[in-house]
Design a protein around this ligand. Structure first.
Ligand code: AMP
Ligand code: MN
Ligand code: MN
Ligand code: MN
Length: 278
């Protein structure tokens, strides 16, 4: 059974349309696949149409930005009802914040001599949602930086010209939106937050206290040691294990849909309760 529960389309910062991502997932041999765009569920209708045609099981997902201890973390909602008003209202709030943040980032970049940043970035964002990835693409396209990595280093973080603080909803609120919509709340890529392991464990402990259901044990970039480590944490905090590539489709990205290391057999998985699967 090939399962990949973390993927992006151009409704956030992925390259492909929802239909294209679903077709690619099918081609790569996925049986179960989740589309999890940043702070939006708008791509899921198109994805569902394609999934029906392709005979692929689509999980309705979303990757929501959240604040924990003044830092941004990502919480994936899996199996959400896209018509749920609590979830829709929360995501709308995040989309508005993204717009205001984009304007602020563009002003910061203007101060550093990059003019027309908002208009140029909007032209790249296919569906109106602006992420830092779109700013990064713009800066590479304009020849300001040579690649995405150097953009984030020079411009889009901390006190740099295009750096702005996150002011997303708090983690407990985000988890409650996902639960209101009937989904499972899963902490995305736990080892990618520039935190010490001790701090990640504190994060897991706080989020578990707020009802977190699971954590991504296997991601597109996990090493065997990392899988073992996060597996141990799932036992410590009694969390379900999830798996997802975090595919965006950028050129040069090694990650491929459905090409993931195996989940350790003993783990309790997020899909163990999906009766249609078992
Ligand atoms: P945002 O949610 O708009 O703040 O954008 C975050 C997105 O930017 C993440 O989902 C990643 O896809 C991307 N990103 C963040 N940091 C980096 C980095 N250092 N290099 C490349 N991409 C990054
Ligand atoms: Mn992204
Ligand atoms: Mn993420
Ligand atoms: Mn992601």
């Amino acid at each position: 059974m090939k399962i990949d529960l973390h993927n992006h389309s151009y409704y956030s910062d992925g390259v492909l349309s929802p239909s294209e991502v679903v077709r690619l997932a099918k081609k790569e041999g996925c049986d179960v696949f989740a589309l999890t765009d940043h702070d939006t569920i708008d791509g899921l209708i198109e994805a569902q149409q394609q999934a029906d045609e392709s005979d692929l099981k689509l999980i309705h997902g979303v990757e929501i930005s959240a604040m924990w201890s003044n830092m941004t973390v990502h919480i994936v909602g899996l199996g959400v009802d896209i018509n749920n008003e609590t979830l829709q209202t929360g995501l709308k709030q995040h989309q508005e914040f993204r717009q205001a943040r984009a304007e602020k980032m563009a002003r910061g970049l203007g101060g550093a001599g990059v003019f027309g940043a908002l208009e140029k970035t909007q032209a790249i964002a296919k569906k109106g949602m602006i992420t830092r990835t779109h700013f990064a693409q713009m800066l590479v396209q304009e020849g300001v930086c040579k690649d995405m990595k150097s953009v984030f280093k020079r411009f889009l973080t901390g006190k740099k010209p295009g750096g702005v603080g996150g002011k997303w909803a708090e983690f407990d609120e985000v988890i409650s939106w996902i639960h209101a919509a009937g989904g499972k709340a899963v902490l995305a890529h736990p080892l990618r937050y520039r935190m010490t392991n001790t701090k990640v464990k504190r994060l897991l402990s706080h989020l578990s206290g707020a009802g977190l259901d699971g954590v991504e044990v296997v991601t597109g970039s996990s090493s065997a040691d990392e899988i073992t480590l996060v597996s141990q944490w799932t036992k410590e905090f009694d969390l379900l294990s999830s798996i997802g590539s975090d595919y965006h489709g950028w050129s040069g990205q090694r990650v491929r849909i459905g090409h993931l290391q195996d989940m350790p057999k003993v783990n309790k998985t997020v899909w163990q309760d999906w009766s249609w699967l078992n």
